[in-house]
Design a binder for this molecule. Structure first.
Ligand SMILES: NC(=O)C1=CN([C@@H]2O[C@H](COP(=O)(O)OP(=O)(O)OC[C@H]3O[C@@H](n4cnc5c(N)ncnc54)[C@H](O)[C@@H]3O)[C@@H](O)[C@H]2O)C=CC1
Ligand SMILES: O=C(O)[C@@H](O)C(=O)[C@H](O)[C@@H](O)CO
Length: 305
């Protein structure tokens, strides 16, 4: 399979939040927009792409992108096929079953799923070695992370070609050694979200105050240094061991006292309303613009090292 330059052909299945962001990314790296095919069953696909893609990519060469509603046509010549369709197992299994019938045998098959393991998606596939999860952090045209989550049957060659593809385009593919529900990024984010909801639900802070706490502390910190590096630094000469020696008792008390609320327990209405009242419709273009600037500065500074 061609994996570089003028020969590569990428088909994106699903042109929603993630699919269109991936389209933006690939258009910035492909030699020609004609190397990109977008498949979506929505009846207004062309109108939707024409009205939405330019928000991510001004002057997007839309007329040269292949827009399709036919899976066989869309995948027939693909080198890489990434699905960003509905987050349900039946869809994912169905789409891979169809892709296997019509796509080149050496095409890479990737799922953007937020948490449905490749082993489940590939359960009915003839060749299970071709599929893996390539989980982005929204929006993938800006966020560097891609969690690569193979099944036990994904071949080493498919994994290597996937890693090479993303590294060659300046992205950060991280290989997970085990399939876990929600992979890693979502598990971490959802653990913080659970405690955040707990603290608002207990009347400790408002939704807006909680967000401001994160945005003026761990948010910037974790852009520079993740949890382990941060606490290793915070432990002084003793490093992470010193941190736990000094603070470990308080850490355990916080862990013991952590919120254990669950979805559907009645906290939703109040918290959802606070978010609506506080944020209305988030300006995604401003969010993305600022996020990109932060990431660019961090990358520039880290390259100084
Ligand atoms: N939204 C997010 O922040 C993130 C989502 N993901 C994952 O990406 C996938 C897509 O999520 P979103 O983009 O948010 O969903 P979305 O609902 O915005 O987009 C899904 C798209 O799939 C299309 N579609 C439905 N059936 C189809 C079919 N049979 N063939 C082709 N296209 C079809 C829909 O028309 C829609 O445009 C999900 O698996 C989700 O878990 C992963 C990371 C982040
Ligand atoms: O948060 C993200 O961008 C991704 O890691 C996800 O998978 C999200 O949870 C997504 O499913 C909903 O925003």
């Amino acid at each position: 399979m061609a994996n570089q330059g003028n020969d590569i052909r990428i088909t994106l299945i699903g042109a929603g939040t993630i699919g269109l962001s991936f389209a933006t990314f690939h258009l910035s790296h492909l030699s020609s927009p004609s190397q990109l095919t977008i498949l979506d069953t929505r009846p207004d696909l062309e109108e939707y792409v024409r009205s939405t893609l330019p928000r991510f990519l001004p002057d997007a060469p839309i007329s040269h992108i292949n827009l399709s509603s036919s899976l066989p046509d869309a995948v027939r010549n693909a080198s890489i096929i990434q699905e960003s369709g509905p987050e349900n197992l039946s869809f994912k299994k169905s789409v891979w079953g169809e892709v296997e019938k019509y796509a080149p045998k050496d095409a890479l098959l990737w799922s953007s799923t937020s948490g449905i393991p490749a082993s489940q998606q590939a359960a009915d596939m003839e060749d299970k070695t071709r599929l893996l999860v390539v989980h982005p952090y929204n929006p993938p045209h800006i966020m560097p992370l891609l969690e690569l989550v193979p099944s036990s049957q994904t071949s080493a060659g498919v994994l290597t070609r996937t890693q090479e593809f993303w590294r060659a385009r300046g992205r950060v593919p991280i290989l997970l050694k085990k399939e876990m529900t929600g992979f890693v990024a979502n598990r971490l984010a959802f653990a913080l979200l659970r405690e955040s909801i707990h603290l608002v639900n207990e009347g400790v802070v408002s939704v807006e105050e909680l967000d401001r706490i994160v945005e003026t502390s761990m948010g910037p910190r974790w852009t520079i240094a993740g949890p382990f590096k941060s606490y290793h630094a915070g432990g002084g000469v003793g490093g992470l061991e010193g941190f736990f020696r000094n603070i470990g008792g308080t850490v355990q008390e916080c862990w013991d006292d952590a919120g254990k609320l669950n979805v559907g327990e009645g906290w939703e209405e109040s918290i959802f309303q606070q978010a609506k009242d506080q944020y209305g419709v988030v300006d995604l273009e401003e969010r993305d613009r600022i996020t990109k600037r932060v990431l660019d500065v961090v990358k520039e500074e880290k390259n100084r090292e």
